[in-house]
Write a protein that binds this ligand. Structure first.
Ligand code: FDA
Length: 311
């Protein structure tokens, strides 16, 4: 309930202003975001890689309404790939990219899908040249069809292009079955957006059960599962399903968000698993931060205390 209210309220310009100008917001942002600049994210990615982890870098921003802004985001990703390559962090997929379709134009009226596909192709070509991969983030349920169409359009040329599927959506089991094919990279998460009851499961238990079913399809399928969760029960289930499916530790990976359960990230890596940390950076952190606050009441309580101090 609290989550739903917060996600809905986040669309208000007034709330955005209060949150982005509160004095202690930077402290909360710093927990989840790896800095404002490319240098910041390169430093964090370099540290994680030196510690034996992998990274996926997200240049923050979403819901772009300006074609020039969409092109600028794609340019930033291409420059980021150059920088990752020069720092020796990209080859072999050590650090890859995560891209939100609406940041590169999916929401533009009329030609959004074509624009986003064009920018993504440019980013994928640069990623392939740098020896790494790209994964398409999945946004709210109204974007799923178009995002999967872009994936299908580009995969023949860029077979390592991956995508996120969200277990809170009723359709996702079928999407997992369709995408559990050789060469296909699928990042499975629970889903961080709001959706109506006819398209999404309503309770945590249903979302978790759906996650377990989807995971099973991916583990027994021919693709490369990327298990994006911090949930201890689902991590234990992943371990069990991977052994039952006869998978070795190189044939799938765990993924977690920067700043969330870092000790668990370390434990899994120390046990020999591949662990990729999702590293967001940039100044447009508002939407990302609100989703992280909405996921956990304790985060919200901490944040509300910082707002109270503005009075
Ligand atoms: P759950 O929410 O049940 O959390 C399990 C435990 O993890 C909690 O008990 C707590 O300990 C810890 N935890 C989780 N969230 C926390 C937080 N915000 N702060 C502190 N602790 C927290 N979603 C989406 O809709 N589209 C996408 O493209 C992506 N991409 C993505 C990539 C990666 C690598 C990850 C890990 C996640 C995403 N997500 C996402 C977000 C995802 O949908 C989901 O909202 C969060 O991962 C939280 O769900 P969990 O599976 O961790 O379980």
């Amino acid at each position: 309930m609290l989550r739903r209210v917060l996600l809905a309220a986040s669309a208000s310009d007034r709330i955005r202003k209060i949150i982005t100008t509160a004095p202690y917001t930077r402290d909360v942002v710093a927990r989840f975001v790896a800095g404002d600049t490319t240098d910041d994210v390169l430093a964090t990615a370099g540290r994680l890689l030196a510690e034996g982890m992998l990274a996926t870098v997200d240049y923050l921003g979403e819901d772009t309404t300006d074609p020039e802004q969409a092109a600028a985001v794609a340019d930033t990703y291409v420059r980021l790939l150059d920088a990752l390559g020069e720092a020796g962090l990209a080859a072999g997929g050590l650090a890859e990219l995560s891209v939100k379709p609406t940041a590169i134009g999916l929401g533009l009226p009329g030609h959004g899908e074509k624009t986003a596909a064009g920018h993504l192709a440019r980013i994928c070509a640069a990623a392939a040249a740098a020896g790494t991969t790209v994964t398409l983030d999945m946004e709210d349920h109204t974007r799923v069809e178009a995002t999967l169409r872009i994936l299908a359009e580009l995969r023949p040329e860029f077979p390592r292009l991956g995508c996120v599927l969200q277990s809170y959506l009723r359709r996702t089991e079928a999407d997992c079955a369709a995408l559990a094919v050789p060469g296909s990279r699928v990042r499975l998460c629970k889903g961080a957006y709001q959706a109506p009851h006819d398209v999404a499961f309503g309770t945590r238990a249903e979302v978790d059960r759906s996650y377990a079913r989807c995971l099973r399809l991916l583990m027994y399928g021919g693709g490369y599962p990327m298990v994006a969760t911090h949930d201890p029960r689902l991590i234990a289930i992943t371990h069990a399903q991977a052994s039952l499916a006869g998978r070795n530790l190189a044939s799938f990976e765990y993924q977690m968000l920067y700043g969330i359960r870092p000790a668990e990230q370390r434990r899994l890596a120390d046990d020999g698993a591949q662990v990729r940390v999702y590293l967001p950076y940039g100044r447009d952190w508002y939407g990302y931060l609100v989703r992280r606050l909405a996921e956990r009441p304790a985060n919200l309580a901490f944040f509300l205390r910082s707002l109270a101090s503005t009075r």
